[in-house]
Design a protein. Structure first.
Length: 1130
């Protein structure tokens, strides 16, 4: 407040003189500014440092205001420094010393106003009389260049007082001026240099040498000669910089690092490196310049990148034929961005990039490298097929191995590893024709494809052991698939709880769950861009020509037949490829049947479809006023880009779904553990126990949360699906009349039945008369219909539906008994009870206690949202880890959702995929379909990406590059543009190491989203804890949300089974037609060879036909009978 009071006093007392120089303050000319303050003044404390103020303005209070002339004097004498986060002026020590000496010899001076001529208002020296005085001699004085030369020395307590007038004696007293400093001669400077040299102070000697004119000139000549020598040294062929002179290839671009270049410069060009260190911004300055937080390592990489670019330009100017590697890369990036040819010429003259023709040659070189890679993979595969190894012979003799077994293979040479193809249609807008009237937008359509090398060896497996008949039970989900998904969901819940609850910070959760090929899936994938195929994929003929092109050009040959490779594409194209194979199944040649390509659906497309289904059910704009709904959360937490169409903003919808899942899981955990806040300790958590006990508690608690929200199809509905798939219905038979229980499939009214304790038993209930004699039934004990059911992990009781050994002997029953809405009997821990503290009257849920279920739609909405969110996150985790078995389990479970939603195309391709995995494809293809569904672009664990997602980014980048053609679409131009697009190959070089940016590489959600999710979950817990989203209240309903049916059901299970049976029949027909065509072709070739040889021995056609009949004959018993015999049932 001191400075404000001084200002008020100054204006109220009408003080118009500066306390430092006693000069008048300037009046403000602007009327608007003059209302606030009529004079121009500056606060001394905010203008200059205290030490400098004492030197320039001795005795002046720091809270005083000075005039504009004093400010100019401060600007001329000092320099800006940072003080307590603010910039102020500081006077150097030499200036302070000089001012102190100067003021000491001018004690007679008492103010500029007393020493100024009243007429001319010019400062004059003390002792000099004014004009007209008797003793004045009209001395001529020089006007002071600084307003401070006549400063009066005032004490701090007399700042605001008027200066006292001087007497005539004081005014006329003579004052000695300070002597001017003598100039130091050349001889003294040289002697100082010699003295420092003798003392070994070379830095000081060189500094003083630079004060000599000839010394400066000699120093510049020496530096120029030394720098020139270093440049000529690295221009020699044996001394070149390794990083800037490699042969141009994809490998050299990916291995290029600026750090290695600058290390080489530091060794071979030390003087140049030192000069660049002096003229370039330091690392500390680079860290301060960035708005976002920058680490020391990032600042160092930025410095290396900027400095290395300067070195590359210097060397390119000397020898553009040797040091053209970096300039070719710059030219390639300019070419990709659609730079005009004139820009290339201008920048080439400046030495920034290569010429346009040189860049075109580099593009063609990259295209040839892509083609060389795919041809190399093809030759390696053919060589491996034509020359069988000992491992192959051993494998064929020992039989088929499961897809989970690991095989040895040399990944560096590609031995044992095949590759897959992936393609999709691409559409871009043609150049507009403005002269046409009523013209419509024209589009070009082509097929864009790439290839990815497999990371798991599979060529050791058999390619001839496909099964004609696939049992429906191998396509539908079983208990193993359910447990796989539930276990991964439990791990996701563990990660969520550890991320948001403070008490669980020290508990370690698995970041990456291992599987059979964890090491292989952590390696970086090798991908090759195959470019555009000149064919329009819209008509059926166009799709067939694309398949023929891929088969003829990129599929290996095995004994004259095309070697089958997985061919990935979108849902629409996969269905059309399957249709092509069905239509061409009777062709005589495998090449004409297009057997070289096996259509394969992909993960990202299915993930988008299922996420859209979730949004359709749970995301409605009419529910904006219902707290806890997705739309209300979207508005409350500002997810502005989210819409009801997932494909428009997949990332935004995914972020909202992930946040909602985290929030609901945390809220449910707080309810089950009676927590009031995220910082509280969960009830029952052993915080003082060992880490292993804490992990076990968290694992069991997470499984309990999953069991609370889990809902799945009942055994009766699954049995009905199997019945529809294995029973031939006549036209006049009603499907509802089919009896789906017992092995007899007959209804026997009044006869007692017993239930198998395996929740996934195909029959469930059995008539006592249909059981074998040795199948004794003991009261109060679990009964199983077969050994297979007894060994199964599935259980009809408890919400976990799992056997837990000795814990099965002690279970608690719901008070409602057989009328329980869930599982009747429960493990105590699964329902949050202790074995020593079980109440006499206990209900498993609030629904059982009230006797009603499904009336509380708010609770059902919470369960459904959490379950769907955990399934999405678990499916995403399987993809990131590359867990093939987990992905297949998800496909089986998602098959029921796809049927319920009536997704026609996906029903078609899902059955085709699951049937091939179940046995319709040979062992090698089954292995590749399971484990080669993703690619790793970074070479890190948990960074795998679906192939169709990579294709989406590839198509987006390709269309951006095609814009530079401006309508001139020749075959060569299209090939150049398409094969330089993508997130692999050439584009991998454009990571942070080169241009300081990461391009189009799909990744895990960013740190910004993670921090937002943490803060949003904390806010959700505070705002929604009182809404009872996880408490049964009865008769509640979210506005705008359709009623949610409790549990999980299959729509028309018998129709679903019949659909599976029909698709199995079509698939069996395709395989039968192919085998019959191969048999006829073999017979024709044998007959032609025998007739050409002239031998009279007839060919043994009977044996060949008999063998073909054996391979094509169906089993004598029905699939259902074989399945029941496997289950040990009469």
């Amino acid at each position: 407040m001191t400075w404000w009071c001084n200002r008020l006093n100054m204006e109220s007392n009408n003080v118009r003189s500066c306390p430092a120089c006693s000069g008048p303050f300037e009046q403000r000319q602007n009327a608007k500014a003059a209302r606030k303050s009529p004079i121009v003044h500056f606060k001394l404390r905010s203008l200059i440092t205290p030490e400098s103020a004492e030197a320039l303005f001795p005795g002046v209070n720091l809270d005083s205001f000075v005039c504009s002339k004093c400010k100019k004097h401060v600007l001329s004498q000092g320099r800006l420094v940072s003080m307590n986060g603010r910039m102020r002026y500081h006077v150097t020590p030499q200036t302070i010393m000089y001012k102190a000496m100067y003021n000491k010899k001018r004690n007679a001076c008492r103010g500029v106003s007393e020493l100024t001529d009243s007429a001319a208002k010019k400062p004059r020296l003390a002792g000099t009389p004014c004009e007209g005085e008797e003793n004045g001699e009209g001395l001529v004085i020089e006007e002071s260049s600084s307003p401070m030369e006549g400063i009066s020395t005032l004490s701090s307590d007399k700042v605001d007082q008027e200066p006292q007038p001087l007497s005539s004696v004081q005014v006329n007293a003579p004052t000695a001026m300070p002597p001017k400093p003598k100039k130091e001669g050349e001889r003294q400077k040289k002697e100082r240099v010699i003295t420092f040299m003798k003392q070994g102070a070379y830095v000081k000697a060189l500094k003083n040498l630079l004060f000599l004119e000839k010394g400066r000139k000699a120093f510049r000549e020496i530096m120029a000669n030394e720098l020139r020598k270093e440049v000529h040294y690295v221009l020699e062929s044996e001394n070149t910089l390794r990083g800037l002179t490699p042969a141009f290839s994809l490998e050299t671009m990916e291995n290029f690092k600026w750090r290695e270049v600058m290390e080489d410069v530091q060794v071979k060009m030390p003087m140049t490196y030192t000069v660049l260190q002096g003229i370039m911004p330091s690392e500390d300055l680079l860290m301060r310049k960035r708005r976002t937080f920058t680490t020391r390592r990032e600042a160092r990489e930025t410095w290396n990148r900027k400095t290395g670019n300067i070195v590359a330009n210097i060397l390119y100017a000397h020898n553009p034929w040797v040091y053209k590697f970096w300039h070719n890369i710059v030219g390639l990036e300019m070419w990709r961005q659609g730079a005009d040819r004139r820009i290339f010429d201008k920048l080439h003259h400046l030495g920034v990039c290569s010429t346009y023709l040189s860049v075109q040659e580099t593009v063609d070189r990259i295209r040839s490298l892509h083609n060389e890679h795919i041809h190399q993979w093809k030759e390696i595969t053919e060589r491996h097929l034509h020359v069988p190894t000992s491992e192959e012979s051993t494998d064929k003799s020992s039989g088929n191995k499961s897809s989970g077994d690991k095989f040895t293979g040399d990944k560096s040479t590609g031995v044992g590893c095949s590759y897959s193809l992936c393609w999709d249609k691409i559409k871009w807008k043609a150049a507009e024709c403005r002269h046409k009237e009523n013209h419509q937008a024209q589009f070009h359509r082509r097929a864009l494809c790439f290839s990815v090398q497999h990371r798991t060896p599979s060529l050791q497996l058999s390619s001839d052991d496909a099964e004609i008949d696939v049992h429906p039970s191998s396509i539908l989900p079983d208990q193993k698939d359910i447990q796989t998904l539930k276990q991964r969901m439990a791990v996701i819940v563990q990660r969520i709880l550890v991320q948001h609850m403070s008490a669980l910070d020290d508990v370690c959760v698995e970041a990456h769950i291992p599987h059979h090929f964890t090491a292989e899936m952590s390696e970086k994938s090798s991908l090759v861009n195959l470019g555009l195929i000149d064919s329009d994929p819209r008509p059926m003929s166009g799709g067939r020509s694309i398949m023929q092109h891929l088969q003829e050009k990129h599929c290996p040959k095995q004994e004259g037949k095309p070697f089958t490779l997985p061919c990935n594409s979108c849902e629409y194209e996969v269905k059309r490829m399957i249709r092509h194979r069905e239509i061409l199944s009777k062709e005589a040649s495998p090449r004409k049947r297009l057997e070289g390509l096996l259509p394969t659906p992909q993960e990202f497309d299915k993930q988008t479809l299922l996420l859209q289904d979730t949004v359709n059910d749970l995301f409605h704009k009419n529910s904006i006023n219902s707290k806890g709904t997705l739309f209300q959360l979207k508005e409350f937490f500002q997810y502005k880009s989210v819409s009801s169409k997932v494909r428009e903003d997949f990332n935004g919808v995914w972020d909202l779904m992930e946040f909602a899942t985290h929030a609901y899981v945390v809220l449910l955990a707080m309810k089950l553990t009676h927590m009031n806040g995220l910082d509280d300790k969960p009830e029952g958590f052993p915080d003082s126990a060992s880490e292993a006990i804490q992990k076990r508690w968290l694992r069991q608690f997470s499984q309990r949360i999953v069991d609370n929200v889990w809902a799945w199809v009942s055994r009766e509905e699954m049995s009905a699906v199997l019945t529809g798939a294995t029973t031939d219905l006549s036209n006049d038979e009603n499907p509802a009349d089919i009896y789906s229980f017992c092995s007899c499939r007959k209804e026997k009214r009044g006869e007692k039945m017993v239930r198998c304790c395996n929740a996934m038993c195909s029959n469930g209930w059995y008539h006592l008369s249909c059981l074998k004699q040795d199948k004794k039934i003991v009261a109060d004990e679990d009964w199983y219909c077969s050994t297979a059911c007894k060994q199964s992990a599935s259980y009809i009781y408890c919400i976990c539906q799992c056997h837990k050994g000795k814990e099965d002997l002690f279970m608690v029953q719901c008070e409602r008994g057989s009328a329980c809405t869930k599982r009747v009997w429960y493990h105590p821990f699964c329902v949050g009870l202790q074995s020593s503290d079980i109440p006499d009257v206990w209900f498993c849920s609030e629904e059982c206690e009230i006797g009603k279920r499904g009336e509380d739609q708010v609770l059902e909405y919470s369960k459904r949202l959490t379950l769907e969110g955990l399934r999405h996150l678990a499916r995403q985790d399987f993809i990131r880890e590359g867990d093939g078995n987990g992905l297949v389990s998800c496909w089986k479970l998602d098959f029921l959702d796809i049927w319920n939603r009536n997704h026609t195309r996906y029903k078609y391709i899902t059955h085709f995929f699951l049937a091939n995995v179940a046995g319709a494809a040979p062992s090698r293809l089954r292995h590749e379909l399971i484990w080669e569904r993703v690619a790793n672009l970074r070479g890190l664990p948990g960074k795998n990406v679906p192939l169709d997602q990579i294709m989406g980014h590839l198509a987006q980048d390709c269309k951006a590059i095609l814009k530079q053609l401006r309508g001139e679409y020749s075959d060569l131009s299209l090939a150049r543009c398409s094969q330089l697009a993508g997130v692999f190959g050439f584009d991998n070089a454009f990571a942070n190491r080169l241009f300081g940016k990461d391009r189009l590489i799909p990744s895990i959600p960013s740190h910004r989203h993670t921090s937002k999710c943490l803060s949003d979950v904390a806010t959700f817990v505070k705002e929604y804890a009182s809404c009872d989203l996880w408490t049964y209240k009865g008769r509640r309903q979210h506005t705008g949300i359709q009623p949610i049916e409790p549990g999980y059901h299959v729509k028309n299970p018998l129709d679903f089974g019949r659909y599976i049976a029909e698709r199995n029949r079509v698939l069996r027909t395709i395989m039968t037609n192919s085998q019959e065509a191969d048999t006829r072709r073999t017979q024709d070739s044998d007959s032609s060879s025998s007739s050409s040889s002239g031998e009279d021995t007839p060919c043994d056609s009977s044996s060949s036909s008999a063998s073909s009949v054996r391979s094509l004959s169906l089993p004598d018993q029905s699939p259902m009978t074989a399945f029941l015999e496997m289950m040990d049932i009469q």
